[in-house]
Write a protein that binds this ligand. Structure first.
Ligand SMILES: O=C(O)CCC(=O)C(=O)O
Ligand SMILES: [Fe+2]
Length: 296
């Protein structure tokens, strides 16, 4: 059917049209039904290589030693490499990627913000990242049916279970709670019976509803599993990383980066000081027009 400018669904009309335009309606159905979806070729081979190389360089500097993607044995288990956004201007491309953005807007509303951009850099060993929902940081049970946070996980190396891939529990967004202690494990006799590995080639994006139970398997062989973890939240949730007051001079490219500016908190309505609320709401309205121009 044709999506009109229906007054009952003012935000959803535009978001849905964008989903259709990008060919993401099947992904939307999967997200609704199973709480996650897989988007092949969300990044080009060139983007994958660029992001992977930069993450390796940044991590080497952080750890103070060389890393080997194919044969690494020294970097055991997993380490989170945080706050990547300002370390390379091209990470912007992953944040506003039109192949996933319409679904993120569907899950979190048009005024969602970026919560963090990091990498779960994984070497061999350990028990993996135990199953959990990202709806955390004090959110009580029962979780809301709508998503309050969502995650877009880009595979920057091929994902296999043996290599330490992402793990999902299909349909778990409808449990509206965290898994219990006995529902968290990924290995051994205690492995949760409903968990599945997400085995996909590098360049794939996996997007999930904030309630969905997920984790990642331990890596059972040498080398590194590298992801790019783009984490978003609704505008009323505190983001994990501070962008709102930290955007470096020249980082945003005017109207071209209107959507990115919004995602970094430029239009957040709350947080006023002496000037009061009106300025915030005005600025937010102005940007709305620029973002719409960008989308069309
Ligand atoms: O290791 C992974 O890919 C999963 C990380 C995770 O749980 C997350 O980004 O929320
Ligand atoms: Fe998570």
């Amino acid at each position: 059917m044709e999506i009109g400018n229906w007054s009952a669904t003012p935000d959803l009309n535009e978001i849905y049209r964008e989903i259709r335009k990008q060919g993401l309606e099947t992904n939307l159905a999967e997200l609704e039904a199973f709480g996650f979806t897989v988007i092949p070729n969300a990044l080009t081979t060139e983007q994958v290589a660029h992001f992977r190389n930069r993450i390796i360089e940044i991590s080497e500097e952080r750890l103070g030693r060389k890393l080997d993607i194919e044969n690494e044995t020294g970097h055991s288990e997993m380490e989170f490499v945080p706050y990547l956004l300002y370390k390379d201007k091209r990470f912007k491309e992953s944040i506003i990627n039109p192949k996933v953005m319409p679904l993120i807007h569907y899950l979190l509303g048009q005024h969602c913000i970026l919560s963090s951009l990091g990498c779960h850099l994984k070497g061999p060993g350990g028990n993996g990242l135990l199953l959990h929902s990202d709806t955390s940081n004090g959110v009580p049970d029962p979780f809301t049916a709508y998503s309050q946070v969502c995650n877009c996980n880009y595979a920057l190396t091929d994902y296999t279970e043996e290599g330490g891939s992402l793990a999902m529990v299909p349909g778990s967004h409808r449990h509206h709670r965290q898994p219990t202690k006995s529902e968290r494990n990924l290995v051994g006799n205690d492995r949760y019976e409903h968990v599945i590995p997400i085995e996909v080639p590098a360049g794939t994006a996996i997007l999930w509803h904030g309630n969905t139970w997920h984790g990642s398997f331990p890596r059972l062989k040498p080398g590194l599993r590298i992801n790019l973890s783009n984490y978003y939240c609704r505008e009323y949730i505190a983001p994990q990383e501070n962008y709102r007051n930290t955007v470096p001079e020249g980082f945003l490219d005017g109207e071209k980066d209107a959507l990115l500016a919004r995602l970094l908190g430029a239009d957040l309505a709350y947080g006023w000081t002496d000037e009061g609320p009106l300025k915030h709401f005005e600025r937010r309205k102005q940007r709305e027009e620029h973002v719409q121009t960008w989308q069309s």
